[in-house]
Design a protein around this ligand. Sequence first.
Ligand code: CUA
Length: 486
Amino acid sequence: MPGRTGAGRVEGLDPLQWLRYRCAATGLRLRLARMPPTGAEPTGLGAGALMEPVVGGQDRSRAGGGTAGRLLALLAVVLVALVVIVVALTRFGGLEVVDQQFYSHISPATGKAEDIQFLYRLIFWLALVVFVGVQTAIVYTALKFRRRNETRPPQIHGNRTAEIAWTVIPAVVLLALFIPTAQTIFKHAAAEETADFEIDVLGKQWWWEFQYPGIPLSETDAAAGPLVTANEIMIPQGANVVFNLHSNNVIHSFWVPQLSGKRDVIPGHENRLQFTADKVGEYFGECTEFCGSAHAWMRFKVLVVPPPEFAAWVQAMRQPPAVDGNPETADVVEAPPAFGVCLACHRVNGTNAVIAQQGINSNPYGEGAGPNLSLLACRDTIAAGLLENTPENLARWLKETDDVKDGTYMPNYYEQGTINDQQVQELVDYLMTLKPAGGCPADPPVGGDPAFVPGQQTDDRALPQNQPIAVAPAAETQARAAVEGS
Ligand code: CUA
């Protein structure tokens, strides 16, 4: 393959030639250009040699082979080290720490999440092979075929072997990804059709409402509607659950990484998501579509419990709160009068607090529609996973509402002067009584644990992971207090 002759070069300088010319003119040297070809007469080390044309095109030297060899060896070492590090950092390397990622899909706890995990691994390893291959080829080519002289290298435009190779190899890689992906999609789409349990999910700003359309709130009064809870979903172990995802405000996205993939929650359109959780456990979910100022504080939990515990929870949800230890006489009248300001937006099952809106027809922007507070004392967190559910945090939530969760639709009645410190304390005391007469059930283990034996754990309210975020005491509140106090 002949190169261009020197005669062609002198007619005009291409940019590289121009650069070399400039370098030469200013006394700089291009290092590669200075390397003499092995076994050939040095073409000179001066500025003039840089511009010297090379005729014939076969003068492809092997200069600097030692340097290239060392660089290639170094590259190989770096790539192998990278692969080793990546393997060590993934769970395939068996590192315990990665198994504790409860907000990550790399700790799957359902068959569906495992199928997704398999696809993830497949894509990861194929991508790693492609990455290492491409990087190696680039560096090898750049070193081995670097420009040593003015000879034009052989041109392979239209080379049939190369064209076939770089068409067939990517096609095979894509096919290896496409076939198992399509199989997984159809397998789980089919599982949606055989649901034995449905839950209506309503994404709100910024919390979650969960309705159980198949479970009436009252066994005698159909007009009471379905069982409703908020921010913590209880599901029976082993049930094929389909979630119907609704929104009447903005787009949210429903994701429990350990249990399934994510799916958008779209106004005016019902999406469905299915999984069967076989492992008893507590799994963390979150909204993964930006939906406003408190989007990051729109967390929830899925509690997978054995069927008997689920049935017990349903019964407890139907009962009035055992405020005085006697479910028969408990009523909202046992709530402190200050609870009156809460009734407009919050319901408590079995009491007169039933005027708050619920469901898809509720006010899209939170006015008159807040989380159902039944069995609130048994929830781990308040404010949609933002604060641990303690008396101190409940008081703080009531008194520093906006500072705790910027943008929340819950009015700060304390700051408005509607309720005072004593009334806040009464409300906190009342809210902490919203639990079954026999106490709250034990929390299933975070992240799922097959060794869990129901009924043998105590509910210590411990949150080993998913620590609620500690919100710094709001400087704004303090500043405001200082101004008002002065
Ligand atoms: Cu809802 Cu982000």
